[in-house]
Design a protein around this ligand. Structure first.
Ligand code: G16
Length: 562
């Protein structure tokens, strides 16, 4: 026993509960999606433990008694995942949790964790992931808590965790407990807590079979339909292989980079045109497959491609919504469509045509939870390559990919022809996001402050042919629980509906990332064939003029354009 620990239970030869003294760490406030830091930060003694204990400390008051309850635990398999799972298991036992369901190897994709929480009526779950951020010893790690509906904890809970991390003085763990074998399915006991190692894929695959027309998709492959699914060395691999190559009979090799690796095999598992370059190249030219897709580190994001054709996430959401009734799980129609504020308004146009509500929420999947629980939205999506529905409470990469595959199979169309027909019917929202990464935090804060200061003076100002009609800082009042989230991004709304949005990322781990979101609408009978950056050129110039990005960031160009 370490000198700064005290025993509270003394059964001979059994692990005993120990309370370890600790001191608060700065900066344990969860961001857009949990606490994300460099692996080396998480490797500091007590760092993870403090956060987990803070969580266990606040849950009884925020949610209800934790003792005897079931928690789901798993992660995306990145470096430090196994170590962290063992730490959490011991702390869960020491904190009186009744049962933990953990994915084999400590693995669970984010959407699968959500599915398992919901199916088994768990109290909640702990997901270990830094999503699309790079992995490996020098990469990133992360932890987040999901509530009983399977979705990310709302701000009330994440703020309570943060508050607790600031005055934490000790954490509970087990002394004398060996690490558990997580690689064998089955049930073991850990100091009075049951640990059930589950197949990470089974519950998820069963759910997909309920939602999609597996016969039609099987027939699409049998007719010679060709697909390339790039798992980018991350956790979607086992899920995609089981569903596509297993249940749907896609040829072996349809899933590439399908082995989840601790460093993602050196991939930056961020499925967008800037990082999924292997896939973009493979989808080019006459011999390319019909359908291309990729997913991220924890399998909740998706990118959709046709041959020589990239679909924007905003268009993807709108198109899935427009065709939803062709898919078994959505045959009865949609209750509503929700999108994050910076996501293009393409989905709103579809919602209007369908006569259903369109919801606009702040960035962060957690904001969709109440709308889904209340039955006010069925499909949700974000410009950051996230799409999902009420089947779980996370965005779901493979679900979106199967939805597209189901549409290809049901319509006999190609990805490109579906998108072009969509634009012809609803108009096209040209869309791009410019990321300015690695800005020193003080500079980024100063840039946003200067922008906010100008807000009252911007409406009515003209920039060439463009006129700002409205300028504000987005604030959201949740229609279900009335909670208010303010300062969620600066919006410049132009006469005619084009938009420029500025916000700082809440998921980065180095300096600050300024995101500039650009959107311009081209009506149904307009020109849909312009290169995106050309179509947005005047908005890009306006963004730089108003926010003085180059001057205040000290950088000359965006680092990533998607
Ligand atoms: C998370 C959130 C998303 C958000 C994205 C980007 O995704 O769940 O809702 O859109 O981050 O956030 P930001 O712009 O603040 O970096 P993920 O896939 O990283 O968990």
């Amino acid at each position: 026993m370490s000198p700064n620990a005290s025993m509270t239970s003394t059964a001979p030869n059994a692990p005993t509960v120990q309370i370890v003294s600790t001191r608060p760490f700065d900066g344990q406030r969860p961001g857009t999606s949990g606490l994300r830091k460099k692996v080396t930060v998480f490797q500091q003694p007590h760092y993870l433990e403090n956060f987990v204990q803070a969580l266990f400390d606040i849950l009884p008051e925020q949610v209800g008694p934790l003792a005897g309850q079931t928690l789901v635990v798993g992660g995306d398999g990145r470096f430090h995942n196994r170590v962290a799972v063992q730490t959490i298991l011991k702390m869960a036992a020491a904190n009186g949790v009744g049962r933990v369901m953990v994915g084999r190897g400590g693995l669970l994709s984010t959407p699968a964790a959500s599915a398992v929480i919901r199916k088994h009526g768990a109290y909640g779950g702990i997901i270990l992931s830094a999503s699309h951020n790079p992995g490996g010893p020098d990469g990133d790690f992360g932890i987040k808590y999901n509530i009983a509906n399977g979705g990310p904890a709302p701000e009330k809970i994440t703020e309570a965790i943060y508050a607790r991390t600031r005055d934490i003085a000790g954490y509970r763990t087990l002394e004398g407990a060996a690490d558990l074998d997580l690689d064998r399915l089955g049930t073991t006991a850990l100091a009075g807590m049951t640990v059930e190692v589950i197949d990470p894929v089974a519950d998820y695959a069963e759910l997909m079979e309920k939602l999609f027309d597996f016969d039609a998709m099987r027939a699409w492959f049998a007719r010679g339909g060709r697909m390339r699914m790039d798992s980018m060395g991350a956790i979607s691999g086992p899920y995609a292989r089981a569903v596509l190559e297993g249940l749907l009979g896609a040829p072996a090799g349809t899933v590439v980079n399908g082995e989840p690796l601790e460093d993602f095999g050196g991939h930056h598992p961020d499925p967008n045109p800037a990082h999924a370059t292997e896939l973009i190249a493979a989808m080019s030219g006459a011999g390319a497959p019909d359908f291309g897709a990729a997913s991220d580190g924890d399998a909740d994001r998706n990118m959709i491609l046709g041959r020589d054709f990239v679909v924007t996430p905003s268009d993807s959401l709108a198109l899935l919504a427009a065709h939803a009734t062709k898919v078994p799980g959505y045959r009865d129609g949609l209750a509503g469509i929700a999108r994050s504020m910076p996501t293009s308004q393409a989905a709103d146009v579809v919602a209007q045509a369908l006569g259903i509500p369109a919801w606009e929420t702040p960035t962060g999947w957690k904001f969709f939870g109440n709308l889904l629980d209340a039955g006010r939205a069925t499909l949700c999506g974000e410009e950051s390559y996230g799409t999902g529905s009420n089947h779980v409470r996370e965005k779901d990469g493979l679900w979106a990919i199967l939805f597209w595959l189901n549409l290809l199979a049901a319509t006999g169309e190609s990805v490109e022809s579906l998108v072009r027909a969509h634009w012809k019917r609803f108009g096209r929202h040209y869309y791009s996001r410019h990321d300015w990464e690695g800005i020193p935090t003080e500079r980024a804060d100063a840039l946003m402050a200067a922008l906010r200061e100008q807000l009252p003076t911007l409406a009515g100002r003209r920039f060439g042919a463009l006129e700002i009609a409205q300028a504000d800082d987005f604030s959201y009042t949740d229609p279900v629980d009335g909670s208010v989230s303010s300062r969620q991004g600066v919006r410049l709304i132009l006469a005619g509906g084009s938009r420029v949005v500025f916000r700082l990322s809440g998921t980065g781990t180095e300096g600050a990332t300024l995101r500039v979101y650009l959107e311009r609408f081209e009506p149904a009978d307009g020109d849909h064939d312009r290169p995106t950056q050309d179509a947005l050129a005047d908005l890009i110039a306006l963004a730089d003029t108003v926010a003085r990005i180059r001057e205040l960031s000290g950088q000359t160009a965006p680092t990533v354009i998607t």
